[in-house]
Design a binder for this molecule. Structure first.
Ligand code: NAP
Ligand code: ZN
Length: 347
């Protein structure tokens, strides 16, 4: 069995540290990937710290994986040794239910298999991308187009698709006013995509400290949500708001910023429940909804869109020894705008 060097958490309270793990032998439809880079998503932190329910330890997080194919099973058709590839939040699904048939594998009726912390169809606990190698069935391996460097591509596999999908679903484009709440890993990708799709883009951040960056990333406007004037000034403005915040926010205040038939899509996934006053929805017929990553076909579409529009994530590449520091910086909203682990430092 291929051995991989990895970084793992052994409890919700202990820092992550080195661990050697075994990957499964290559099955006929499996691809062996040498991971080059892996992004740090806030979901890794929620999971490691047990905020979303029970976590099985040790856990190797990481679902923003970019690397090179180094081996393929006998029946693999989609990928070849040497290909530049990525893996996101899923490594398998049933392939047969109505969701999978529509290419919405993230909503597999039999349950998609998460890249880490899930039970794979081989019965093994899945372990993620803070590691040197991974074995994944070919259907869940994406092609990273030439023109996007592997380090800047890694965060596209989660932060990218998670923002691209609701922007497409809710029609971000010319003539549409789109707000992105929270300028972190997801938020900065949301700004880039909404701009590239042709929308008028506003960032709603806690303060104005990242305003220059927000405008450089593509926003037309930038407001601080700690300033109550922001909510008065922007009342009834937006066709679409994508909330990427990892903590509880006052949804009614944000819903008041939507125009008639506007939609607020929650992608942020705080453990704490959010509450809504129904009058925030009834009055100008507003929509409050959510969105979960995106299916495999749309993830490939997003990667191709990135190549066409020269989009990658803004990243800070770190060695494995800095993972625990990076977690603290993410929690302090001090990320510009995604930490990416250089897996050659996993020894
Ligand atoms: P992140 O990099 O930490 O960004 C979150 C941003 O939210 C921060 O940069 C900050 O932006 C803002 N924020 C943080 N705490 C806040 C607070 N108390 N009040 C107001 N704003 C606050 O995290 P991420 O990796 O982008 O992930 C964001 C959330 O999405 C997480 O909950 C994650 O689990 C979830 N997620 C969901 C999906 C999905 O499929 N739905 C996929 C991936 C991740 P400012 O400094 O600009 O205010
Ligand atoms: Zn993620």
């Amino acid at each position: 069995m291929p051995t991989a060097n990895a970084y793992a958490a052994t409890s919700s309270k202990s820092p992550l540290g080195p661990l050697a793990i075994q990957r499964r032998e290559l099955g006929p439809r499996d691809v062996l990937i040498e991971i080059k880079y892996c992004g740090i998503c806030h979901s890794d932190i929620h999971t490691v710290r047990g905020e979303w329910g029970e976590t099985t330890y040790p856990i190797v997080p990481g679902h923003e994986i970019a690397g090179i194919v180094t081996g393929v099973g006998a029946q693999v058709k989609k990928h070849a040794v040497g290909d530049r590839v990525g893996v996101g939040c899923m490594v398998d699904s049933c392939g047969d239910c109505s969701s999978c048939r529509k290419g919405e594998e993230q909503h597999c009726l039999r349950g998609m298999v998460g890249t880490y912390g899930a039970t794979g169809r081989d019965g093994q606990l899945t372990q993620g991308g803070y590691s040197t190698h991974i074995v994944v069935t070919e259907d869940f391996v994406l092609k990273i187009p030439e023109g996007i460097s592997l380090d800047a591509a890694a965060p596209l596999l989660c932060a990218g698709i998670t923002t691209y999908s609701p922007l497409r679903r809710w029609g971000a484009g010319p003539g549409k006013k789109v707000a992105i709440v929270g300028l972190g890993g997801l938020g900065h990708m949301g700004v880039k995509f909404a701009r590239a799709m042709g929308a008028e883009v506003t960032v709603l951040s806690q303060s104005l400290s990242k305003k220059e960056d927000g405008l450089r990333l593509g926003a037309h406007h930038y407001y601080a949500t700690k300033d109550p004037e922001t909510f008065k000034k922007l009342a009834g403005t937006f066709d679409l708001i994508v909330n990427t915040v990892s903590a509880k926010i006052d949804l009614d205040a944000y819903l008041s910023l939507l125009a008639l038939d506007g939609a607020l899509v929650n992608v942020g996934a705080p453990a704490e429940p959010l509450s809504v006053n129904v009058f925030s929805l009834i009055m100008p017929r507003r929509v409050f909804t959510g969105s979960l990553i995106g299916g495999i076909p749309q993830t490939q579409e997003m990667l191709d869109f990135c190549a066409k529009h020269h989009i990658g994530a803004d990243i800070e590449v770190i060695p494995a020894s800095k993972i625990n520091d990076a977690y603290e910086r993410v929690l302090a909203s001090d990320v510009r705008y995604r930490f990416v682990i250089d897996t050659s430092t996993l020894k």
